[in-house]
Design a binder for this molecule. Structure first.
Ligand SMILES: Nc1ncnc2c1ncn2[C@@H]1O[C@H](COP(=O)(O)OP(=O)(O)O)[C@@H](O)[C@H]1O
Ligand SMILES: [Mg+2]
Length: 294
C-alpha cells in the first residue's frame, strides 16, 4: 500500500515547534512506507468558483490520499474534506478541540466528569461587559476560581482569580473574548496527567508538575515523568477523545479530590516530542499505523 500523504502545519507561527511535529509525522510515515509532503497552510489557497471547489498552488500537485492536519486552519481542513480527502483529525474534531467551550459542552453531553463550568454570555466587541452576574458564578463555583478563554494554549489564557474584585476586573478585561468560569480543582494544583489516545487506545502517558504555578504546563521549569494510568483514567481519556470525534488526541486529566479524575482538555493537535522525551514512546508511529491501516 503506497498511500501518498500531506502534512499541513501553520506557516505564520513563529518558532519551529509545529514544523517539528510535521517532521515527526513525516519520519513515522516514511518508516511505514508512505511518502509525504509537508505544506504550510498558506501555500494552499482554498478556491471556490461557480460549481468548482479547488486548491490553488504555485505548482499544481496531485491531491493526496490522506492529510495529517497539524494546524487549526479549519476552513482549509473543510476545503480538503470537500475535495473528498480524509483528514486526521477531522475538521470538526479540530474545531471542537480548539474551542474549550465547545469541548466542555460535548464532554458534558456525554456525561463525562469535568470541573463545574459556567459559559460567559456572548458580548459584542463594541458593547460593555456586564458583571452583575458574577455573584452567581461565585456562588456556584466558589473562590478561588478558574477563568479560561475559549481559545488558548500553553496555559497562557488560563487564570486563577482569588477575589470578587479580581474576577470583576478579569471579566471587564476579557470583554468580547469568549471565556468560561470554572471550578478550581485544588487537589490538582500545579499538576495533571496527559494521556495520549490513538484510535481507542491509550498509547502513552505522563504526569506533569509545575514548580511554582497552578498550571502544570507553564513551560518554564516544569517536570514530566512517565505515568501508568489506571483503567478508569484510560477509559475516561478514550471517552473524551470519542466525545469530540477525534481519531487521536492528547487528553489532560486533573486529579480530583478523591483520586477521581476530571477532564481538563482534549488536544486534537497535541505535541508528541515531550511524550517521546519523557516515555520513549513515539506517538507518531501509532498515529501513522492508525491512518494507514485502520
Ligand atoms: N479547573 C481547573 N482546576 C485546576 N487546574 C486547572 C483547571 N483548569 C486548568 N488547570 C490547570 O491549567 C493548565 C492549563 O489549562 P488548560 O485548560 O489545559 O489550557 P491550555 O490549553 O492552555 O493547556 C492545566 O494543565 C491545569 O494544570
Ligand atoms: Mg492543556
Amino acid at each position: 500500500m503506497n498511500l501518498q500523504g500531506w502534512i499541513i502545519y501553520n506557516g505564520n507561527l513563529p518558532g519551529d515547534k509545529f514544523l517539528d511535529f510535521a517532521k515527526w509525522i513525516q519520519d513515522a510515515a516514511t518508516r511505514k512506507g508512505s511518502e509525504t509532503t509537508i505544506y504550510k497552510n498558506n501555500e494552499l489557497f482554498a478556491y471556490l468558483g461557480r460549481g468548482e471547489i479547488d486548491l490553488l498552488q504555485q505548482e499544481k500537485q496531485i491531491l493526496p490520499d490522506y492529510v495529517v492536519f497539524a494546524d487549526k486552519d479549519i476552513y482549509l481542513a473543510k476545503q480538503l474534506e470537500s475535495l473528498g480527502i480524509p483528514i486526521y483529525n477531522s475538521a470538526e474534531a479540530i474545531q471542537r478541540s480548539d474551542d474549550k467551550i465547545d469541548t466542555y459542552q460535548h464532554l458534558a453531553r456525554h456525561k463525562l466528569p469535568i470541573p463545574k463550568t459556567i459559559i460567559a454570555p456572548k458580548i459584542f466587541s463594541n458593547a460593555i461587559a456586564n458583571t452583575t452576574n458574577i455573584e452567581l458564578a461565585i456562588h456556584r463555583l466558589g473562590l478561588p476560581m478558574i477563568v479560561k478563554e475559549a481559545f488558548g494554549s500553553f496555559g497562557q489564557q488560563v487564570y486563577l482569580v482569588h477575589t470578587k474584585e479580581e474576577l470583576q476586573a478579569k471579566v471587564e478585561n476579557l470583554q468580547a473574548t469568549p471565556f468560561l468560569f470554572q471550578e478550581f480543582i485544588s487537589s490538582s494544583f500545579g499538576k495533571d496527567m496527559r494521556l495520549h489516545v490513538v484510535g481507542n487506545r491509550v498509547v502513552a502517558a505522563m504526569k506533569r508538575w509545575a514548580i511554582d504555578d497552578f498550571r502544570s504546563n507553564v513551560s518554564s521549569g516544569g517536570i514530566m515523568e512517565a505515568y501508568q494510568p489506571t483503567d478508569s483514567e484510560k477509559e475516561l481519556a478514550i471517552a473524551a477523545t470519542n466525545a469530540i470525534g477525534a481519531d487521536f488526541a492528547g487528553v489532560d486529566l486533573l486529579f480530583g479530590p478523591d483520586q477521581s479524575p476530571f477532564i481538563c482538555e482534549v488536544n486534537s493537535n497535541a505535541h508528541i516530542r515531550n511524550m517521546y522525551d519523557c516515555t520513549g514512546i513515539n506517538v507518531a508511529d501509532y498515529i501513522m499505523d492508525y491512518i494507514l491501516w485502520e
